[in-house]
Design a protein around this ligand. Structure first.
Ligand SMILES: *Cc1c(COP(=O)(O)O)cnc(C)c1O
Length: 226
């Protein structure tokens, strides 16, 4: 199925604020499908496989803002460091240090979101509340502000449990919003939260209700993945 502009427009019009951004999740979709969305004016695309992203980056217009939304392995950071717009799923100290290193090599700063573990599933990644606090103390407190100079932490990202029970999804998003609000009280030059990335095709409405300002929509825009 090609890009569904009508659906995109209806989701956009339904959003309660123009400050909520949509990332069109194009993983597994063809370069042609992405080009079609691009021609309709879409610039933010989300991918979660490094190899696939690199191929698409090379073939598509250079003003696309590429979002890496998957689980990123440290040894692959170097491939996307030169061009990535925002890395959503930073879920370990090791990864953070590697992103900083590769950003420095490229003489740039890389924008990141810290992934917070909110689901009740072993397969999901992220920091829990305590780990997040520790990370801030260890790397972003005022006396440590030189440590990760080539990183900009712009916000938090989370994924809710894969379940039909919407009350669970609701409470997980609400929990993440609480963490976001608390964490926002802290800011330094390279840690300043303004993005809360939560919500996908099945749960973006609940996410928005709980304060999301960046939704990642795939199947509603490009059709089901196989
Ligand atoms: C695939 C993916 C999405 C989009 O999922 P849909 O259900 O197709 O909207 C959003 N976020 C992440 C992290 C993903 O991996």
């Amino acid at each position: 199925m090609p890009f569904n502009l009508e659906k995109y427009t209806s989701i956009k019009n339904e959003l309660p604020s123009t400050k909520i951004n949509i990332v069109a999740v194009s993983k597994t979709k063809s370069v042609e499908d992405i080009q079609e969305a691009y021609d309709a004016g879409i610039r933010d695309f989300g991918e979660n496989y490094v190899q696939e992203l690199i191929g698409k980056y090379e073939m598509l217009p250079k003003d696309i803002r590429w979002h890496f939304i998957g689980h990123l392995q440290s040894n692959k950071v170097k491939y996307i460091a030169p061009f990535i717009h925002l890395i959503h799923g930073v879920d370990s100290e090791k990864l953070l240090l590697e992103i900083n290193k590769q950003a420095k090599k490229n003489q740039k700063k890389i924008n990141c979101l810290l992934q917070v573990y909110i689901a009740s599933e072993e397969t999901k990644f992220g920091f829990d509340k305590t780990e997040l606090e520790l990370l801030i103390t260890n790397y972003f407190s005022l006396k440590k502000s030189e440590a990760l100079k080539n990183i900009n932490i712009l916000g938090l990202m989370g994924m809710a449990s894969f379940t039909d029970d919407l009350s669970i999804v609701e409470s997980e998003f609400s929990y993440l919003k609480t963490i976001y609000d608390t964490t926002r009280n802290f800011s330094t030059t390279n840690f300043n939260l303004s993005i809360l990335s939560m919500g996908m095709s099945s749960d973006y409405q609940i996410a928005i209700k709980h304060g999301s300002n960046m939704i990642r929509i795939g199947s509603l825009l490009f059709g089901e993945r196989h």
